[in-house]
Write a protein that binds this ligand. Sequence first.
Ligand code: PMP
Length: 430
Amino acid sequence: MSHSLWHPYAQMQTQAAALKVIGGKGAHFTLESGEQLLDATCSWWCMIHGYAHPRLVSAIQKQADTLCHVMLGGLTHEPADLLSKALVRVTPPGLNHVFFSDSGSVGMEVAMKMAVQYQVQRGRKGKYRMLSLMKAYHGDTAGCMAVCDPEEGMHSLFSGFLPTHHFAPAPTAPFDATRDEVEADIKRLRDVLEAHHHEIAGLLMEPLLQAAGGLNMTSPYYVEAARALCDEFGVLLIFDEVATGFGRTGKMFAADHANVTPDIMVLSKGLTGGYLGHAATLATDEVFDAFLSEDPHHAFMHGPTFMGNPLACRVALESLAVFEEENYLDKIASLNAILRQELVEDTDLKAHPAVRDVRALGATAVIEVHDETSLEDVQAFARERGVWLRSFGRWLYTMPAYVTLDDEMRLITTTMKEWFLSAHHPLPAE
Ligand code: PMP
């Protein structure tokens, strides 16, 4: 077989041929054969409006007629100007400055570089490392790989190549934990900061939901405490809201659950409704001002070719307009009610011997199993029912498009449940 197209995260020798998608509409995509699959993952969590949304498609088409691209070096244009203002408006108060780039990973690289240069220019010597959390995933570029979970992340092979950072244990208290129940997690974070703050530029976290690390959910109290600890130890708080941003956790941003403003925040995925690759790294005045000087070397020396691409900015503006005009937070709340009722509150599912935990937050739910072999073939099982599910490791999850209809959401949850509860799935050996 010729393999001119090298697929991501794929063993090209053994993997079955990828399914060919020719189009899509709403929460479904269509294969070459005409088969339609309900996308339970909204394409790595970015297609929040589903496929072929007429307003998003038309925004790109109109912009394409005017200006497809121009660099931001010494130039600007309306879509980038408007989008920066819109992002300042919708993000937590105080994030007043927006630096664009082309993907979530690059947005995170920008955030880390910004944090280090901030500390240098504020005269705080030796703060060159990051503090990250176990179970974290921040992207696949070198800088990002170095702040992913070093054991369970997929990058341990590169340990000799990557810079070393500090890690605190992943939070364990659930989303609805009491303040007291979160204390032990906070203490573990404090311990690392106490020991190493003099060399830490920034604390990175995916607030409330560590996504690719296994949909590990935690409490807003943890996020709130992280803010206080960063202030105490002179460390910048950096939120990676690449996956959590734009409603995924039930509020516009995960930060909103804790009323916290991070010093730096990164957005991507849902930013453009998934229609074009783009990212935004936002910063507070305090961070931005550290780059203002008579010295040209104090400028932020970064500039991806495609930053602020007009097509991406225009579709992001339209995505945000649809989100707000069509009350997406209400849609997300309805999806959440179904996810809770059908998965979290299903006592048979929770009691199944293969199942370790079932949890939901906003428009996300996961069935975590004890052993990943119990998820083998779930993809084929779901496909027979018209659903596209793609589990990873021990996690069978859904992150649907927000336009997913109630019945469609139920088809996804029923499929996930049936995999365990129907006769198709053998119980694990004792
Ligand atoms: N951060 C988080 C939290 C992510 O989930 C991802 C992508 N799954 C990234 C960063 C990297 O984004 P990208 O794939 O666009 O580089």
